[in-house]
Design a binder for this molecule. Structure first.
Ligand SMILES: [Fe+2]
Length: 314
C-alpha cells in the first residue's frame, strides 16, 4: 500500500504529556500514585512520570479554586522541527528541562506544545510471557501479578471536544502532519463529527490514535479524557482493583473498544477529569487506509459493559 502523508510544518511522533491547573496538589498526588505514576510535588507544581522516567502529566496549583485543563504536548523527532514550527508561526522556542519546545494556541485556546523530548519512553516488555493460542511464551515461570497500582508507561492519546471540528482538524493536521485513521459521522450520516488521528511515522507502526477530535455537542471546548498506556492486561486489571479499593470512581470499563481495539478502563480523578488506563491497542503505519464509521462504532465495544449513552456506565 502507498504511504499517505499530510503536508505539514512538522511531524509529531507521539503525544508526550497533559497539563492541568488544580486547586489541591496533595489530593492530585494521592490519586496519581494510586493511578500508577511516580509523582514529585512541591507547593505549586506536580510532575508525574511513567515507568521509564518520562514526564506524562504535569499540574500547577491554580490561582483560584478552579480545576482547569491547561494543555498537552506532542513529541517531535528533532530540534529542527521545533525550530521550523517557531519560524513558520512566529513563536519562540524554549528550553524547559524536558527538551526544546515551542508553545502554540489551538483554535479553542488550548495550549499545545511541541517538544523534542530528551527522554522518550518505549514499550516495556511484560515481565513474563503469555500462554495463549499460538503463543506459549511463559514456561517454567510461575505468574504472580503484583497487587497495587497499574504500571503506567506513557501518555497514549488525548481526546478533545472542540467548537469547530473542521477548523481544529485542519489546525492540527497542518502543524503536526496527523493522519486520519478513522472518521466518525454524525446522525445525518454525512457530516464528520469525530476524527481518530495518528502520527505519521512512515513505515514505522504507531498507535491507531494519538489525538481524537470531536465536535462538542454543547459547543463547549474541553478535554474529554487523557489516556495512559499501562504495561499489560494484568497490570490494567490489578490497577482497577486497587483504584476501586481506594474508593475512586470508575466511569466506564473494563472493555475493548471497536475503533483502535485497545482494552480500556476509564476513571474519574478527584477534580472530575477522566483519565483512562489502556493496553493492547492496534498499531498501524502511514499506509493503512482510513475508515468511516457511525456513532455506534464510537460508543460500542467488542466486549465489556455498554457506554452510558447506550444504557451502561454512570
Ligand atoms: Fe481513550
Amino acid at each position: 500500500m502507498t504511504a499517505r502523508s499530510h503536508p505539514s510544518i512538522a511531524k509529531a511522533i507521539d503525544v508526550a504529556d497533559v497539563r492541568f491547573a488544580l486547586p489541591d496538589l496533595a489530593k492530585a498526588e494521592a490519586f496519581l500514585i494510586d493511578f500508577g505514576f511516580a509523582v514529585e510535588r512541591s507547593d505549586d507544581r506536580l510532575i508525574a512520570r511513567g515507568a521509564h522516567g518520562n514526564i506524562a502529566y504535569l499540574a500547577e496549583a491554580s490561582d483560584d479554586d478552579e480545576a482547569r485543563f491547561a494543555g498537552f504536548s506532542f513529541a517531535a523527532t528533532s530540534a529542527n522541527e521545533i525550530e521550523a514550527l517557531a519560524d513558520e508561526l512566529d513563536a519562540e522556542t524554549r528550553e524547559n528541562g524536558q527538551g526544546l519546545s515551542v508553545s502554540l494556541i489551538d483554535p479553542d485556546g488550548f495550549s499545545v506544545r511541541a517538544l523534542n523530548p530528551e527522554h522518550t519512553p518505549g514499550p516495556k516488555a511484560p515481565p513474563v510471557g503469555r500462554n495463549e493460542s499460538g503463543t506459549r511464551t511463559r514456561t517454567r515461570s510461575r505468574l504472580a501479578v503484583p497487587k497495587g497500582p497499574s504500571q503506567v508507561l506513557r501518555l497514549g492519546h488525548v481526546v478533545l471536544q472542540v467548537t469547530d471540528f473542521e477548523s481544529s482538524l485542519a489546525w492540527y493536521q497542518d502543524r503536526f502532519g496527523l493522519l486520519m485513521s478513522d472518521r466518525v459521522l454524525g446522525p445525518d450520516g454525512k457530516t464528520t463529527v469525530g476524527a481518530f488521528l495518528r502520527c505519521d511515522r512512515g513505515e514505522e507502526v504507531t498507535d491507531h490514535h494519538s489525538l481524537f477530535l470531536m465536535q462538542s455537542p454543547g459547543g463547549v471546548a474541553k478535554i474529554e479524557h487523557a489516556a495512559f498506556e499501562v504495561a499489560d492486561f494484568d497490570s490494567l486489571m490489578a490497577g482497577a482493583d486497587h483504584l476501586k479499593a481506594q474508593g475512586y470512581e470508575q466511569e466506564w470499563g473494563i472493555g475493548r473498544h471497536l475503533l483502535g481495539a485497545h482494552i480500556f478502563d476509564y476513571w474519574r480523578d478527584p477534580f472530575g477529569f477522566t483519565l483512562e488506563h489502556w493496553t493492547d491497542g492496534d498499531l498501524i503505519d502511514s499506509s493503512d487506509p482510513e475508515g468511516t464509521h457511525d456513532l455506534m462504532a464510537l460508543l460500542g465495544s467488542q466486549w465489556g459493559p455498554p457506554h452510558a449513552m447506550l444504557g451502561g456506565g454512570k
